[in-house]
Design a protein around this ligand. Structure first.
Ligand SMILES: Cc1cc2nc3c(=O)[nH]c(=O)nc-3n(C[C@H](O)[C@H](O)[C@H](O)COP(=O)(O)OP(=O)(O)OC[C@H]3O[C@@H](n4cnc5c(N)ncnc54)[C@H](O)[C@@H]3O)c2cc1C
Ligand code: SF4
Length: 540
């Protein structure tokens, strides 16, 4: 059977474009800040909030800026989400949980193993127990954190994607933003604006999953990790249902093939407002596997069919998750003038599908290290020390091989993961070595793959609120020519229908992109495009 290895068709990271000397020609305005944070997710906003609290307590003036590529706060935020409130309690010690922007506490939960028509209830594994946690929409959490940050005097610049790292010698000096108003060929149009330079004493990269500037910094500074980072793609829908749901549900098994790692989540934000999604590791072996199509099949299972009958889909979206865990963390997450936070550093525990409280916590630790750095010149390595000594590193170490065991398939992986749980992560000792997702070979099957019985990708993109201008230049860097099998692999990989396999090869409908970043893991490279492009999530 024919096989393709995606890495063979993936252009390298364009490091020569991503790393720019500070002062290089071509910028419009230049702004000087004390601290610049790239990305207004939970990590970046928690960092901004903690920093301004520390500055206020010390009666110090700090000029803090946060850059966000979405047009408004939360519009590019997507998660499950069941949130562990631990880090938010530390960030806001005076607030009771009732004041956090959560929708409901987790009261009941169930884990099922599915076949196409049946379900078996499994005992809830310790990592998936969620009593004490809360169901939330990440968009709402981000908007709330943003309002807290602004009330403390933080400047949040939405609609401003960072495109390049500005550097002086081996230090990060800030970023250059993406120009706006270019035509399809990349030429300025009347009314367009050139890129701006934002320079700062410290730049915090909180860009989330598969962060472009974080990747560039690690490659430029040769910061290794024991394993490469691994990714999963999550496709999610929000439904108003006629039937109420009273519990958090996770499922394993169908509709995933046995050689793919993943599962589903079904979370009631309100009894009749349900978030559901499917998460699949991007090291799947079948070139025709399509996570969007699998989610449509999943909704046909009797468990979901009954819940969704008569209901209405409100939103759709997709995003990747860094799921390599402990061994995929960069050896250091700090350097001269820079720190890496949250998903950009890889702080996600996949067995429990949790990253939000690690993102918030890493943001707070970064703020403390940055504040000391600005005040008395102490090294930013303090940030690594704080993370390494905390529950963030401890939790990830305990589950260090669990996701990795599934490289051996669902049943063998599940058996090993159970032993790891029983032994607190000590079985089997050592480290499972992993390949980059793009280096995993994919089977090309002559059998036509199942089609999406449900919402099409085009309609799904509409439900994401995507309002990208049709006439912007493509932000996706593809190989000069790819064989038909590879074009079809991209077609299935992308949940938003960006890639089409044509007689002449690959057609790219770039404006459809919802910035999930799967393409950057397995296919053409993703780069940030004009501010405000992409989805407009409301309650994802
Ligand atoms: C399907 C799915 C389900 C999940 N379920 C859960 C769950 O139930 N519980 C849980 O705790 N975690 C869950 N997670 C993980 C959790 O969402 C992440 O760990 C968390 O959002 C990470 O926060 P962050 O601030 O690091 O990154 P993000 O939340 O991704 O925020 C990064 C921000 O940076 C912006 N940005 C990116 N690049 C640029 C740029 N170049 N310039 C300017 N801005 C930029 C993005 O637009 C975004 O707003 C889930 C994730 C997914 C995808
Ligand atoms: S083009 Fe890439 S980043 Fe954009 S939606 Fe498709 S897979 Fe995701």
């Amino acid at each position: 059977m024919a096989k393709i290895v995606p890495a063979q068709y993936q252009p390298p990271l364009p490091l020569d474009k991503l790393i720019l000397q500070d002062g290089a020609a071509g910028a419009g305005d230049r702004m000087e800040l004390d601290v610049l944070i790239v990305g207004a997710g939970p990590a970046g906003l928690a960092c901004a909030i903690e920093l301004s609290k520390l500055a206020k307590a010390d009666r110090t003036e700090l000029n803090i800026g946060v850059l966000e590529k979405a047009e408004a706060l939360g519009e590019h935020s997507l998660s499950g989400a069941v949130v562990n409130p631990r880090a938010l309690r530390e960030l806001f010690p005076d607030l009771p949980d009732a004041d956090f922007p959560f929708r409901a506490p987790v009261i009941k939960e169930a884990v099922y193993l599915l076949t196409a028509e049946s379900k078996w209830r499994l005992p809830t594994p310790p990592s998936m127990r969620n009593h004490g946690n809360y169901i939330a929409s990440l968009c709402e959490v981000v908007r709330w954190l943003g309002s807290k940050a602004e009330a403390l005097g933080v400047n949040i610049f939405t609609g401003f994607p960072a495109a390049q790292l500005l550097v002086r010698d081996s230090a990060v000096a800030g970023v250059r933003t993406v120009p706006a108003g270019l035509d399809r060929e990349g030429k300025p149009t009347p009314g367009g604006t050139p890129p701006n330079d934002l320079v700062a004493k410290v730049t915090a990269l909180a860009e989330g999953t598969r962060g472009l500037l974080g990747q560039a910094w690690c490659e430029w500074q040769r910061v290794p990790s024991e394993n490469p980072q691994l990714f999963a793609l999550g496709v999610k829908e929000l439904w108003e249902t006629k039937q109420p749901l009273d519990r958090v549900i996770h499922t394993l098994g169908w509709p995933l093939p046995r050689d793919a790692f993943g599962g589903s989540f079904v979370y009631p934000l309100e009894p009749n407002l349900v978030a559901l999604g499917l998460v699949v590791g991007l090291d799947y072996r079948d070139a025709a596997l399509d996570v969007h199509v699998l989610l449509q099949q999943f909704k046909q299972h009797p468990l979901l069919r009954a819940l969704l009958a008569g209901g209405e889909r409100i939103e759709w979206g997709a995003k990747t998750i860094p799921e390599g865990g402990f061994y995929s963390l960069p050896e250091r997450r700090s350097g001269a003038g820079v720190v890496l936070l949250g998903d950009a550093a890889g702080f996600v525990d996949v067995p429990s599908l949790k990253g939000i409280h690690y993102a918030v916590q890493s943001g707070m630790y970064a703020a403390r290290a940055i504040f000391q750095n600005l005040k008395n010149g102490s090294a930013l390595t303090e940030y690594d020390r704080l993370v390494n000594a905390s529950y963030v590193a401890h939790d990830l170490y305990r589950t260090r091989n669990m996701r990795l065991a599934f490289r051996d398939g669902f049943y063998l992986g599940g058996f090993q993961a159970a032993l790891m749980t029983l032994t607190g992560g000590r079985f089997p000792g050592g480290r499972y070595r992993m390949h980059e997702d793009a280096e995993v070979a994919r089977r090309v099957s002559p059998v036509a793959p199942a089609s999406a019985n449900g919402i099409s990708k085009v309609d799904a993109v509409f439900k994401s609120g995507n309002a990208t201008r049709d006439t912007i230049p493509s932000h996706l860097i593809a190989a000069q020519a790819v064989p038909g099998d590879v074009a079809r692999f991209y077609l299935h990989m992308c949940p938003a229908g960006v890639y089409e396999a044509t007689e002449n090869g690959l057609r790219i409908n770039a404006p459809n992109c919802v910035d999930c970043k799967a393409t950057d893991v397995l296919g053409p490279r993703w780069t940030p495009r004009e501010g405000g492009s992409g989805p407009k999530y409301k309650r994802m």
